[in-house]
Design a protein around this ligand. Structure first.
Ligand code: ZN
Length: 428
């Protein structure tokens, strides 16, 4: 008598499990050790993975209503985008031309552009408008294989609007099948009202925003943009330690444009991730490796800044820093397709296809504290699975520029089929 399953995936030319890294992220040469099963199979029931193995074995054990033949395709854990600024209103397309004409970030700001333009437009938006924008973006991310997204606030920059953004994330998470993990980033920029006294804005974050966000359980993480002319290391330390008192796990935008010691601070405050790291010191990187802090690298960021200073991923991997890759989706970097930062990680950060896969699955799951739920094809985990229309994982980043996704399964349901969204399944 065969056991029943909801979905049985059979005959994957490669089943990329990434099993075995749920307790600790993959580092060094393990980032290339994907736990591949050839002619692999997965059984899914009630939204969970119930069995993983060879097709011959699972085909004997299970009968399923839906059988997917993944012949000549590869099956992987759903991709996880661990660093996005998903919600905002408005756009900044004209700034691309300004940048090409040589205008600096500061000059664009003085023209009323840059992040402060997005803050103005997001402050005047309703929660419903933000949710609607978020649904469209999540649809597009999902069709490119992303099943979990971290999303930051940071375009409200006051009590009311930071909370509004996080409320929008909460509704978005309920409405859309993609899981959205919210991060408070009140310390994203100095709001115009506080431009002459940033310390007072830091006090507002510490005294009001963090306690209110924590009380309403609107965020899991607390992030700070530590950068020259934005927030200092001391600001970052105060904000992140205060968040910890309220149960918010620290994250840092660290050493992106200038070296300030962000990686060192990540180690000091016990951050779960340190993101960007293009200018991190060797000492800082050693601390990340020793403490297992995930280095979330964002290869699109130096590209859109047009300074082309990419983080040294090879050095970081050699040192044992666990690496994740994310999109940094934001109004200055409108990339909804995670396969773009993935191929950039190969061609600009010199990461192998196998390392990149690890960096957008299990290591990305660690960066958002979900490694026991998602990020690998392991028995008991959520059935978040992507099937790519290529015969081996060596084709990832070798074939690029078109969407490689054939099928996406989210919470045990087929939500993308032959590269197209199944609309009824993705919204509630
Ligand atoms: Zn960011």
């Amino acid at each position: 008598m065969k056991k029943s399953a909801d979905i049985l995936i059979l005959h994957a030319s490669e089943l990329v499990t990434l099993d075995g890294y749920s307790d600790k992220p993959a580092v060094k040469s393990d980032m290339r050790n994907l736990g591949i099963i050839r002619d692999g199979a997965v059984a899914i029931e009630n939204g969970r993975i119930i069995d993983v193995g060879k097709s011959s074995s699972l085909a004997e054990k299970y009968s399923a209503e839906t059988v997917i033949n993944a012949d000549k395709k590869i099956v992987l854990p759903g991709f996880i985008d661990a660093h996005t600024h998903l919600l905002f209103l408005g756009s900044r397309e004209e700034e691309l031309t300004y940048k090409l004409e040589g205008m600096s970030y500061l000059e664009i700001l003085q023209r009323g552009g840059g992040i402060l333009k997005t803050v103005r437009e997001t402050r005047s938006a309703s929660i419903q408008e933000l949710v609607k924008a978020g649904i469209e973006r999540l649809d597009n991310m999902l069709v490119h294989g992303v099943t979990t997204v971290e999303g930051k606030s940071g375009y409200g920059l006051d009590v009311e609007n930071e909370i509004k953004m996080l409320e929008a994330y909460k509704i978005l998470n309920e409405k859309h099948v993609v899981d959205v993990i919210p991060t408070l980033l009140a310390a994203h920029a100095i709001p115009p009202e506080y431009k002459d006294n940033p310390d007072e804005y830091v006090d507002l974050i510490i005294d009001e925003i963090i306690p209110k966000v924590a009380e309403r359980k609107l965020a899991r993480f607390n992030d700070v943009f530590v950068e020259k002319g934005v927030f200092t290391i001391e600001h970052g330390r105060r904000i992140l330690l205060r968040g910890k008192e309220y149960g918010l796990v620290p994250k840092i935008h660290a050493d992106e444009i200038n070296y300030l010691g962000g990686a060192e601070l990540a180690g000091e405050v016990g951050a779960i991730s340190a993101d960007h790291l293009a200018r991190a010191s060797d000492k800082g990187l050693k601390i990340l490796a020793d403490k297992g802090v995930i280095g979330v690298l964002l290869p699109t960021a130096p590209m859109v800044l047009m300074d082309y200073s990419y983080p040294n991923a090879r050095k970081m991997i050699n040192m044992g820093v666990p690496i994740a890759i994310a999109s940094d989706f934001n109004p200055n970097c409108w990339v909804e397709n995670i396969q773009v930062p993935m191929f950039m990680a190969t061609y600009f950060l010199k990461m192998t296809p196998a390392e990149v896969i690890t960096a957008v699955t299990i290591n990305a799951a660690h960066a958002i504290g979900l490694s026991h739920e998602v990020g690998s094809i392991s028995v008991g985990k959520k059935a978040d699975i992507v099937i790519l229309d290529v015969p081996s994982h060596y084709w990832i980043n070798y074939k690029f520029g078109t969407n490689l996704v054939d099928t996406v399964i989210k919470n045990g349901k087929i939500v993308v089929e032959k590269g197209k969204l199944k609309n009824r399944e993705i919204r509630s």
